[in-house]
Design a protein around this ligand. Structure first.
Ligand SMILES: *[C@@H]1O[C@H](CO)[C@@H](O)[C@H](O)[C@H]1NC(C)=O
Ligand SMILES: *[C@@H]1O[C@H](CO)[C@@H](O)[C@H](O)[C@H]1NC(C)=O
Length: 208
């Protein structure tokens, strides 16, 4: 009797596991990233990136770091209407939505005096902080892996995210020193860099 009871409960545990495996099946389409109003982020649409926490600078913008090209990715000093929107282009050509943990290119929708693309790229390591800065440049390597970023949901909940670099969709066999983006203040200018503090962000669709 005992034996049968045990088998019976093991059987139902197995059934529960089997059902949850079906429900939680790893999907080929991870959750879309949502903007601050809960709408999925779309390919080719302009979004402002805002810090999710106040007193962490303003919107994302182009930073002229030392009166020369290239520009860097950074933030306005204070929150307000200033800043440039960005456009996301997913690596997966069939993706029309921006999804969590999937690689995309990201570029400012702006004109600059620097004759080059407005694509974000993981740039050089700042010798003082040993953090990798995000610069505006085209990665000339074969796969351009340094031009691909991804969005990860922040643990705090809500439509709050982190921007990271770990382009394993672009190169599944590569080993990357992955990193997450945060603020780095240099001479009063707010730059974006990997390998340090993390800046949680929200996305605001450009209504203009
Ligand atoms: C701009 O600043 C960076 C970092 O300080 C430096 O490596 C680079 O040489 C500077 N460029 C010019 C043109 O001064
Ligand atoms: C923020 O303030 C610093 C120091 O005054 C200035 O150099 C920098 O250009 C400002 N940043 C922006 C995006 O205006």
């Amino acid at each position: 009797m005992k034996m049968i009871g045990l088998i019976g409960s093991l059987g139902s545990i197995w059934l529960v596991l089997a059902i949850s495996a079906v429900v939680a099946q790893p999907s080929s389409s991870p959750s879309p990233v949502l903007d601050s109003e809960g709408r999925p982020l779309e390919r080719g649409v302009e979004y402002y990136i805002n810090p999710a926490i106040t007193d962490n600078g303003g919107r994302f913008t182009l930073i002229n770091r030392n009166d020369s090209c290239p520009f860097y990715v950074g933030q306005e000093n204070v929150s307000g209407p200033e800043g440039f929107p960005v456009i996301f282009t997913p690596f997966a050509e069939e993706d029309t939505l921006i999804r969590e943990n999937r690689d995309f290119r990201i570029a400012f929708s702006a004109f600059t005096i620097c004759v080059q693309s407005n694509a974000w790229m993981v740039g050089e390591t700042d010798p003082e902080t040993e953090r990798r800065l995000i610069v505006i440049r085209q990665d000339k390597s074969e796969l351009s892996t340094r031009n691909y970023f991804r969005i990860v949901k922040a643990a705090v909940g809500g439509n709050i995210y982190e921007i990271s670099w770990c382009p394993t969709d672009v190169c599944p066999t590569c080993k990357f020193n992955c990193g997450t983006a945060g603020g780095l203040v240099e001479n009063g200018k707010r730059l974006l860099a990997l390998d340090g503090s993390v800046l949680p962000v929200t996305f605001e669709r450009n209504a203009a």
